[in-house]
Design a protein around this ligand. Structure first.
Ligand code: DON
Length: 561
């Protein structure tokens, strides 16, 4: 009997591995590649590339397709960040992060005694920032796109109008959150099945969203920030306690910013500047570990783990104090990015014990919840590369669907520091640099990144995961550069996280052997395991072609040609 079970299990494993290999991992592609969180979105991107579109055309199409097929994080009611590198080496980054509405104020989520009102920055209309995605896509396409705008928007009109088959994971998730959706949208929404439960393969049709995409297709920016959709938005705000106004929508402006660049050994890192903390923190982390022989120590071995944890502890402490929207706060970027500064920060690392976070700085312990955002990576046939991370913040954002327009509003306001020292959804603390002000962007951890090796494209990488985003991108890069893993192995490998506060190490289940766990505990590290950290979608440029890394933690899919 035991034998039969084992055989069935191994056949199942074989089938799983074979199909994974077919779609993604061990293949090399010469002409281009798309890795995203949903097979339907990856398909849309690949079709655009095959039609002669470039990486930006495909990126716009995938962003919009994800808003239809991956509504927990894909969005037009949220925002994101793009890092771009052309085949010739031109680099750019686009900040289409949401902004605080004009009526927002510093203490808007505090009660009369000055304490944060539970969930006010997370659920319902008040939690939403002014969406940036549509403006961002219009801007990116205008500057770099090759295909006609209508051609890149049309696939999303079709997906929303005709529907798409939901995956098993999605059916479970939609069934689980039905009650919350109904609480915030009593009139009903496409995500709530009228009769019974969702199951894998059911078609999700979103008629209102299809119409919104038609308007975006035909009118560009005005199709979203003006006219019918803007009217729906303001009506929706009036239905709840929302404060986004017509003027906020009209004023929204995404921004081209100079990417953060830095070196790790022979590699050049090109990554996202503030209003994300991700890029600066990533380069700080790489600078922190660069002098140490990790390759010799080995992947997820005692010394490697401790080095990474101590680097993360120090870098996340800096994040809490020094990072915020650069249009409102002077970020000490130059100092943070100086490799000498990082060496000095690491100089008190004590190999005999964990450095308590209280010795690095002060703060409070924090709650944790589930996480949702999404990242995708694209390379086209000429070698142009796009790295985009985009989000509504938590899964399905504020849980509010704009009636008539069919899209979900973000709950990004929670990424502000609602009160100094008071942890947000991800347990992150902050202060003045990230306080709320009208028109200001809330600090992000999103870290879309592109890496060059001796002037040539090397890697496109990024992930969701709230505060763990920076960690996951950092460790995926080390997995390839230091530990010689393939792109897929680097993405699949178990990760671990430390964010200064709370003072604990979060390994994914099975990341550390028993012996290593014991060693770490003896040295004073508190271990608090998590089931899953991040969903990295990445592309590696090798001498044989592009290699994809699609995260098996989700429905993520790599497709190339
Ligand atoms: O911008 C940020 O850092 C967060 N709003 C990202 C949220 C996220 O990644 C949720 N994740 N899976």
């Amino acid at each position: 009997m035991k034998y039969i079970y084992t055989s069935i299990a191994s056949i199942f494993l074989f089938v799983q591995l074979t199909s994974a290999q077919q779609v993604n991992q061990q293949e090399y592609y010469k002409k281009g590649m798309v890795v995203s969180a949903h097979p339907e979105a990856s398909k849309v991107g690949l079709e655009i590339l095959k039609k002669g579109g470039n990486a930006i055309d495909a990126a716009v199409a995938v962003q919009f397709a994800l808003a239809v097929v991956y509504p927990n994080a894909g969005n037009i009611g949220g925002g994101g960040f793009m890092v771009y590198r052309s085949a010739k080496g031109e680099i750019a980054s686009l900040d289409y992060r949401e902004k605080a509405p004009g009526l927002a104020s510093r203490d808007m989520y505090l009660d009369s005694t000055g304490n944060p009102i539970i969930k006010k920055s997370l659920l319902g209309h008040m939690a939403a920032g002014v969406p940036g995605t549509v403006d961002g896509m219009v801007k990116a396409h205008k500057k770099y796109g090759k295909l006609n705008w209508k051609e890149v928007v049309q696939p999303s009109v079709d997906l929303a109008a005709k529907g798409f088959p939901i995956t098993k994971k999605q059916s479970g998730e939609l069934n689980r959150i039905k009650a919350t959706f109904l609480r915030y949208n009593p009139a009903g929404v496409a995500f709530v099945k009228q009769d019974g439960q969702w199951k894998e393969g059911d078609l999700l049709i979103q008629k209102e969203l299809a119409h919104t995409f038609e308007l975006i297709r035909d009118k560009g920016r005005a199709g979203f920030y003006d006219g019918e959709v803007a009217d729906y938005m303001v009506k929706e705000m009036n239905r709840g306690e929302g404060i986004i106004s017509k003027k906020d929508l009209a004023d929204y402006d995404s921004k081209w910013r100079t990417p953060i660049t830095g070196n790790y050994k022979n590699y050049k890192i090109i990554t996202m500047p503030p209003s994300s903390s991700g890029g600066i923190a990533l380069v700080q982390l790489l600078h922190s570990v660069e002098p140490f022989p990790m390759k010799k120590w080995g992947h997820n071995q005692d010394s490697t783990i401790r080095l990474i944890v101590e680097a993360e502890r120090r870098v996340y402490a800096d994040r809490a104090t020094h990072l915020g929207d650069p249009d409102f706060y002077k970020v000490p970027q130059k100092q943070l990015l100086d490799p000498q500064y990082q060496r000095q920060r690491m100089s008190d690392l004590d190999w005999n014990r964990a450095t308590p976070s209280s010795e690095i700085s002060a703060g409070k312990l924090a709650p944790k919840e589930s996480e949702e955002t999404t990242h995708y990576s694209i390379v086209d046939k000429d070698g142009n590369a796009v790295s985009i991370t985009t989000t509504l913040n938590s899964a399905y954002g504020a849980m509010v669907v704009v009636q008539g327009a069919g899209f979900i509003l973000n709950n990004e306001m929670d990424d502000f520091s609602v009160k100094p020292g008071s942890p947000n959804k991800y347990g992150l603390v902050g202060g003045e640099a990230n306080s709320i002000a009208p028109g200001k962007r809330m600090l992000s951890s999103m870290t879309p990144t592109i890496i060059e090796d001796k002037g040539k494209l090397f890697m496109v990488v990024g992930t969701p995961g709230g505060s763990t985003i920076i960690t996951s991108v950092f460790q995926t890069i080390l997995n390839v550069i230091e530990f010689g893993q393939s792109m897929q192995e680097a993405v699949t490998s178990k990760r671990f996280h430390h964010q200064w506060l709370p003072d604990e190490v979060n390994p994914e289940t099975g990341a550390f052997s028993d012996a290593i766990q014991q060693k770490l505990t003896e040295k004073g590290y508190k271990l608090a395991p998590r089931t899953s950290i991040g969903r990295v979608d990445a592309i590696l440029n090798t001498s044989k072609g592009y290699q994809g890394g699609a995260d098996p933690r989700g429905d993520d899919t790599a497709m190339g040609w």
